[in-house]
Design a protein around this ligand. Structure first.
Ligand SMILES: Cc1ncc(CO)c(N)n1
Length: 224
């Protein structure tokens, strides 16, 4: 079976769960609390910084020229598309450098970033790329699903539109083909690690909605 088929089956509950998660349902309905969206934007800012850097790090190590190109294009698209929309959100919602500094990386955000970096300790860029792939694919699917109806909240609608593009769909298709090819040429152990990297990222994507929805915090520890 192809890599894409295997991981699709393995992660279906997280995919379906993402589309049914209250963060997503309420984003579409326009009823999501502004605080949750704000918290999401801040946490996703941390995530996207790492995501962009990871594309560069994987590209630097790539032997496979097609994968290297995808990583470089991915990093460039992020800067020119998603990151720009996010900068506008930060300005319009007045999320300042101070607020950022006062909002630590939440446990789930930290876990997700650490998971992605951890894949780089294995000397195989196909595994690292497999870990990055759910980010692209899930947001593409969410964007497509949500763009069927307009969210009454213009910010939420703009968020949806960022991920409802033909370019993203093409990037998802192309990356899937490259990962299928690399998977087919990998050893059984590497194949297992590619699947694991993808599955864990899918779980963490699902946890990420929950983190934002609950505005997850680090536990305070003992009261002094
Ligand atoms: C957590 C997360 N995953 C994927 C994307 C899409 O790039 C994003 N912005 N945030």
């Amino acid at each position: 079976m192809s890599f894409i088929k295997i991981v699709q089956q393995a992660t279906l509950p997280y995919w379906t769960g993402s589309l049914q998660h209250p963060f997503i349902v309420e984003l579409q309905a326009g009823t999501l609390s502004a605080d949750c969206f704000r918290y999401y934007l801040i946490q996703d800012h941390y995530y996207l910084q790492a995501f962009s850097r990871l594309h560069q790090l994987v590209a630097d190590r790539c032997q496979d020229s097609a994968l290297k190109q995808l990583m470089l294009t991915g990093a460039a698209d992020l800067e020119s598309g998603e990151a720009l929309v996010r900068q506008q959100f930060f300005q319009e919602l007045q999320i300042t450098a101070d607020e950022l500094a006062q909002t630590p990386v939440a446990p789930t955000t930290d876990h997700y970033i650490a998971h992605l970096y951890r894949q780089l300790t294995i000397d195989n860029t196909a595994i690292a790329a497999a870990g990055l792939y759910p980010c692209l694919w899930l947001y593409g699917d969410v964007g497509q699903a949500l763009s069927q109806r307009t969210s009454p909240n213009p910010y939420y609608q703009r968020w949806i539109e960022t991920y409802a593009t033909d370019e993203l769909q093409t990037e998802i298709q192309t990356t899937g083909q490259v990962l299928n090819r690399l998977y087919a040429a990998s050893s059984p152990l590497d194949q297992e690690q590619m699947v694991h990297a993808f599955v864990r990222s899918s779980q963490l994507e699902y946890h990420f909605w929950e983190m934002a929805y609950r505005q997850e915090q680090w536990l305070a520890g003992a009261v002094q």
